[in-house]
Each structure stands twice: as structure tokens, then as C-alpha cells.
Design a protein around this ligand. Structure first.
Ligand code: GLY
Length: 400
């Protein structure tokens, strides 16, 4: 989501921290904006010609585009990419498109059967609130936070991710599964408190972040995907995976959600323990022996058939975006340089698709879930979303 430096009170930090940084990489940024505009123009023209409101997520093996219903966890990313394109270009053409695809998600505010509403409404409505001053979006944001809060289990101190009979349960018999991805939903709760003055949402977010900090991480600072809790006692019943290679392996996107999620927590609380956690995750990722030289990870750091395992561009894009924000808090560290290197890789022909190919998505080579045989080495709308968000953050940093 768009965070302006002044909104974060960070102008001083950034100004003092930028002295040794490279000048504004105008050509790189403009080239990527042009590319995004070209792909999004094709994508939206296709949808507009259908006369429907469609929400593209990925492509099938036959290259046809997969459109998703509004209760899919990925439904916020396409409208979110419209907002980012509007913001990156300043072209008013994108405003009504961003509004239209956002407002199609209105009823998500009442969705209570899974936790992903933070992604869905954060990327759509919250970006509209921030980027186009859409004050009327406030009610949807706060109502969604209310819905998400119904999943808070006070005795365990967590927001339950999946229902016990839904989601990727397998035969694990989970009672209150919490996935690391859930850290990404906290931004909506923090924002809902800021917008409504109701501290309930903030308190739930902090409690969830603290419980996750206590239980989700291993000694090496990598994280599990799923922690199952007893919702009555808070006892940890299991530490497992759904989308990773193995329970004890390091699923790449989980690490991306974690570094981004704790950076968000620091943004709203200024509690250093959250930023420290993001720094520890950074060390885990970027010192990992299995991280490829181009900094785009395999889908799981422990996937056995490296180097012939699929990469996950979505993890790289999300991590890059988090690193740009971390660089504003810690300008003396090399987080921006690392993020720049990731974007360079993602923008290269190895990952960035030619215009008119790849189902009109920007990035190739992401992975949804290999254990489920789903979305292997494909474009994903969230890879594009975080790539554009990272690009915007890079631009804002270099402008300042
Ligand atoms: N939140 C689901 C995923 O990362 O695939």
C-alpha cells in the first residue's frame, strides 16, 4: 500500500540517509511504468470488451486467464494494481477503472469465513482512500476490520486464519490454524483504528503479532507456515505447513509475508521488537545458502531438486517492497540496495514478460502451491501488485 514518507514522519531520516545512494533511476522506473501500463491496458480492454467486471488472478496451462470471484483471497490485487498504476502515472484514465474494480468488492466487508480480507480490502479500498482521497471508502475499511475481528480468539491471542472445516486442511485435524500470511492482514486493523478511533482493532493486531512472534519462528528466525492453536487454552497443537515442501522447510512466500508483516507492525506501533524481527528475517533470507544469485528464491528454500525447482517471483516482489519501507527506518543499512537488486532481476527478461504475453500479467515465474499442484511457475496477480508497490516506493524514496 502507498505510504508517503511524510505520512510516516520520515522525511528527516530519508534525507539524511540518502547521501550515499544512487541518483533517481528515472529510466528504470519509467521503463517499468510503461511496461505496466501496456500490460494493464491490454488486460482492462479485454475485460471492458466482455461487458463484465472480471478479476484476473493467473493463467491456466492453455494460457487462458483465470478470473476469480470476489471472495477469493486474491481479489484485491487487480484493483490494487489499478490504484498503483494511477499513482505511478498520474493518468486520470486509471481512476474510474480503479474505482470500478474496487467497488465491486463492496460486500467483502461482511466476509467472515476466512482471514484474507486485509489483502482484499487493503489493496483495493485502502489504496483508494490513500491515493485518491476517497473518504467514502472509510466505512468499508472499518466494517471489514469488524468482520476480521470476529475471527480473533482471545484465549489464544490470535486471529484464526482458516475455519476448521475449510481451507487447505488436509487431514491435519486443525482446530485454530494460523498462517504466517495473516501478518499481512494487520495493516487493515491498524488503519481501522486510525480511521474510527476504536482501539479494539489496534489491540487485536498487536496481540496477534506478539503471539505469532512467540510461536511462529524457529531458532534460525525462519518461520513455519501453519501454527495450530487450541482456541480455548492457547496451547500450540502443531507447527506445520500447507504450501511449503515440508513442515520443517522454509517456504519462501511465508518469509516474505513475515518480513513485510513485522515492518507494518513497526510502522504503526514504533515498537522496535517488530523491526528487529524484520531485520532477523532479512538476515535469514539474504544469508541463506540456497538463495540464488539473482535474489529470486526457489518456492521453498529446502525444495530438494534445486536448481531445477521453480522460483517464486511473488516472494521476491513482496520482500523488495518491505525492504524499501525498512530502508526508511534504517537508512544506514543496505536494505534499499538489496531491494534495488531484486527489482533489477524482476524487471529483466528472465522474469518480466513481453507485452501481450503472459496473460497480460507483468511478471512470470511465481508459484501458488506446489503441494496442491496449483499455480506452478505462472504469473500471479499479487506478484505484479507487490512489484508495482515496490516500484512506487523506490520512486518515492529517490524523489525525496
Ligand atoms: N496467502 C496464500 C499464499 O500466500 O499463497
Amino acid at each position: 500500500m502507498r505510504i508517503t514518507l511524510s505520512a510516516l514522519g520520515l522525511s528527516f531520516l530519508v534525507l539524511t540517509g540518502c547521501s550515499s545512494q544512487k541518483p533517481f533511476e528515472t529510466d528504470f522506473i519509467q521503463d517499468n511504468i510503461n511496461n505496466a501500463v501496456a500490460q494493464h491496458t491490454l488486460q482492462t480492454n479485454l475485460i471492458e470488451q466482455s461487458g463484465k467486471i472480471l478479476n484476473p488472478r493467473t493463467i491456466r496451462e492453455d494460457s487462458s486467464i483465470v478470473y476469480i470471484p470476489m471472495d477469493d483471497w486474491c481479489s484485491g490485487f487487480f484493483p490494487g494494481s489499478m490504484w498503483l498504476t494511477y499513482e505511478l502515472t498520474g493518468d486520470p484514465k486509471w481512476l474510474p477503472l480503479a474505482e470500478k474494480y474496487t467497488e465491486d468488492l463492496d460486500s467483502v466487508k461482511y466476509l467472515k469465513w476466512h482471514h484474507d480480507v486485509g489483502f482484499m480490502i487493503g489493496c483495493s479500498y485502502l489504496n483508494g482512500y490513500r491515493m485518491a482521497d476517497k473518504k467514502e471508502y472509510k466505512d468499508v475499511i472499518v466494517e471489514t476490520a469488524r468482520s476480521l475481528s470476529t475471527r480473533f480468539r482471545p484465549h489464544a491471542g490470535v486471529i484464526q486464519s482458516w475455519d476448521a472445516d475449510k481451507g487447505w486442511q488436509g487431514t491435519r485435524g486443525w482446530k485454530c490454524p494460523v498462517i504466517i500470511d495473516n501478518m499481512m492482514n494487520l495493516e487493515l486493523l491498524f488503519e481501522a483504528t486510525a480511521l474510527s478511533g476504536d482501539s479494539t482493532f489496534y489491540n487485536i493486531a498487536v496481540k496477534h503479532a506478539d503471539t505469532t512472534l512467540a510461536n511462529h519462528f524457529r531458532a534460525d528466525n525462519s518461520c513455519y507456515h501453519v501454527i495450530d492453536y487450541d482456541p480455548e487454552t492457547g496451547e500450540v497443537r502443531g507447527k506445520q505447513t500447507a504450501q511449503g515442501y515440508a513442515d520443517e522447510s522454509i517456504w519462501a512466500r511465508g518469509q516474505a509475508w513475515a518480513i513485510y508483516g513485522y515492518t507494518i507492525c513497526y510502522r504503526y506501533t514504533h515498537d522496535k521488537k517488530y523491526l528487529d524481527q524484520s531485520e532477523r528475517i532479512y538476515d535469514l533470507i539474504f544469508k541463506h545458502k540456497n538463495l540464488p544469485e539473482d535474489l529470486v528464491p526457489y518456492w521453498d528454500y529446502d525444495a530438494p531438486n534445486r536448481p531445477n525447482e521453480p522460483r517464486d517471483a511473488s516472494s521476491a516482489a513482496c520482500t523488495a517492497s518491505a525492504l524499501y519501507e525498512m530502508s526508511t527506518y534504517l537508512p544506514e543499512k543496505n536494505y534499499k540496495q538489496t531491494a534495488d537488486a531484486i527489482l533489477k532481476s524482476l524487471a529483466s527478461p528472465a522474469y518480466r514478460a513481453k507485452v501481450g504475453t503472459n496473460g497480460n500479467f507483468i511478471l512470470m515465474h511465481s508459484v501458488g502451491s506446489i503441494p496442491h499442484g496449483a499455480e506452478i511457475d505462472v504469473p500471479l496477480n499479487y506478484a505484479d501488485y507487490y512489484f508495482l508497490e515496490a516500484l512506487m516506493r523506490k520512486r518515492d524514496l529517490e524523489k525525496n
